[in-house]
Design a protein. Structure first.
Length: 582
């Protein structure tokens, strides 16, 4: 019988007979297994306590992940103090800021599923009883949460924290300003020395990209869906106060283990609705419309791009955050963090407050003591919303029968019509932008960048940021079957489905075809008759990629459409049991 202490010091019994670790620690037949644990310095008592995986995505690839190893030690302390035995392990990350704008970005989305797979295999192989997962960069957050839901083992998610803003010419800047600086430099609006100064100050410390980009969006999701402790996602990575939240997560996972609170008890359909609502209210990344369906898939819940878009359409946009707004994630933390967004949405009936969270309490109970701050304009009241509908809009039409998505936060006009300029990869589109071969009024089409066609569904931040840097941000539109960074702004439409690689309409376009976009009505169309589209479809032939072996080839063989989350396995519907019930 293993015992765990709660924060009040009381002891809770956790029967070892129902824990996965019994398969490696209990009985005479497991003497060889225990010998390995003794070799690492564990005591007999520690071996017979619950074994808790502490998974991190630490690496030296980027500032997003560099603080995770330090934070893991705090999580382990919390686990130990609560009567568990922590076992730290690491998985990979592909950091989008480094991978952006070249072939490396094909690895990014693939890494999300590899992260989930590698955490799953480590947990299964060593029969760990619970999981604390720490993540920093874009794909590592959903990847870690996907593994939690897939395993259905008591789990607590921890975000590594945002980076602090840099200062350049008297204003706050983020890495997106550097990407946009490339376009300004190309058009003669920024000198060599200014670009060097900007790149030197934009990222001053550890932490994930500083606006409401994908990492901070998914961090908000972790609290809204209930897998993270309340208020745990806000503190910047460099703040020592973050370590106390991480330590609490270690204690909390032992509480969840004692109470048998599992991720699928938390991640219900209503909880996914809540998460999408918070994304919309904060003007979050369009990537959430890819990751939420993938997380739901792990729980056997059908939650598609269109379900996300439906919620976005009815949710007020209330947090004035970059890239569409003017504030960073650190600014939101200083006024109360995502907790105040959740509280305001709850108070106005826009969230389901009865959803269970990892604390064992409901979302409403967690938010009970939160007060909305005065004398600030980072987060608005619902009655004073920046816009009455969410910062992200779903689209459908003859160019996107399966749907598409656009981030409209901060945009002035939501309607666009113009001739197509067609490119079959991002590099050629980027070159056309920086060499002034794209004209005002054009609709840039970047295709064969979808999950299968890329393969890997690359982000297009280099191209979209260059457009803004050249002063053409809302003077052109960009449409792709790939996706966008959370830092993208402008009339940029992604996740177009079906993708070009499977013969979707985007693969049938020619230069000069007239494209119409109406984000007010949720429409994305090409002004061609059905007869003409069918004629072109008969002449269309699939393209062969350069990835015909290795991990990216294997991904392309199994990946599904973006509208369903670009998932690579059957999900909970294919299960006969979950790991935690072995």
């Amino acid at each position: 019988m293993a015992k765990a202490k709660n924060r009040a010091g009381k002891t809770r019994s956790i029967p070892k007979k129902r824990l996965p670790s019994r398969h490696v620690t209990e009985g005479p037949a497991r003497a060889p297994h225990r010998s390995y644990l003794y070799a690492m310095g564990l005591t007999e008592k520690e071996i017979h306590q619950p074994l808790v995986g502490v998974a991190t995505c630490w690496n030296e690839a980027a500032p997003c992940n560099i603080a995770l190893s330090r934070q893991a030690q705090a999580a382990k302390k919390g686990v130990s103090e609560a009567g568990g035995t922590p076992r730290e392990f690491a998985t990979i990350t592909v950091t989008d800021g480094i991978a952006m704008g070249h072939e490396g970005m094909k690895s990014s989305l693939v890494s999300r599923d590899l992260i989930a797979d590698s955490v799953e295999l480590t947990m299964r192989g060593h029969c760990y009883d619970a999981l604390v997962g720490l993540a920093g960069c874009d794909k590592s957050l959903p990847g870690m949460m996907m593994s939690m839901i897939r395993l259905n083992v008591p789990s607590v998610f921890v975000y590594g924290g945002t980076i602090l803003p840099g200062r350049f010419q008297g204003r706050d800047v983020t890495v997106v300003d550097v990407f946009e600086g490339v376009g300004m430099h190309a058009s003669g609006k920024m000198s060599d020395s200014e670009l060097l100064e900007l790149e030197s100050v934009a990222c001053p410390c550890a932490g994930s990209c500083g606006g409401q980009f994908t990492a901070n969006t998914m961090a908000c999701v972790s609290e809204a869906i209930g897998l993270a402790l309340p208020a745990s996602s806000g503190a910047p990575a460099s703040y020592e106060s973050r370590d106390s939240f991480v330590e609490d997560a270690g204690r909390a996972v032992m509480h969840a283990l004692a109470k048998n609170i599992r991720p699928r008890d938390i991640c219900t359909r209503e909880a996914f609705d809540n998460a999408a609502t918070v994304v919309a209210a904060t003007g979050g990344s369009t990537n959430a419309a890819l990751h939420l369906p993938a997380m739901a898939h792990e729980a056997g819940i059908k939650f598609t791009l269109q379900d996300v878009a439906r919620i976005f359409k009815k949710t007020p946009y209330i947090a004035d955050l970059m890239p569409g707004g003017k504030y960073t994630a650190t600014d939101m933390y200083k006024v109360g963090g995502v907790s105040i967004v959740i509280k305001e949405l709850l108070d106005n009936g826009l969230l389901n407050g009865d959803c269970l969270t990892v604390t064992g309490k409901t979302l409403k109970q967690n938010a009970r003591g939160v007060k909305f701050p005065k004398n600030q304009d980072v987060v608005y009241r619902i009655k004073d919303a920046i816009t009455p509908t969410g910062g992200v809009v779903g689209l459908k039409g003859s160019l996107a029968p399966d749907g598409a998505i656009v981030k409209v936060a901060g945009m002035q006009s939501l309607v666009f019509r113009g001739p197509a300029r067609v490119f079959d990869c991002e590099e050629t589109a980027f070159e056309a932008v920086v060499s002034d071969k794209v004209k005002e009024g054009d609709v840039i089409i970047i295709r064969y960048e979808g999950p299968k066609g890329g393969p890997g569904m690359r982000e297009m931040l280099s191209t979209t940021a260059a457009l803004y840097g050249k002063g053409m941000g809302e003077k052109v539109a960009l449409i792709t079957d790939g996706r966008f960074s959370g830092g993208t702004r402008g009339f940029c439409i992604g996740h177009v489905g079906p993708e070009a690689a499977v013969g979707g309409p985007i693969g049938l376009l020619k230069n000069g075809d007239i494209i119409t976009i109406d984000a007010n009505k949720g429409r994305l169309d090409v002004e061609l008759s059905k007869t003409e589209l069918e004629k072109r479809k008969k002449r269309w032939k699939p393209r062969r990629t350069n990835h015909n072996s290795g991990a990216i080839w294997r991904y392309a063989q199994t990946v599904g459409p973006a509208s369903g989350g670009a998932v690579v396995h059957p999900g909970a519907e294919g299960e006969t049991h979950t790991y935690t019930d072995i």
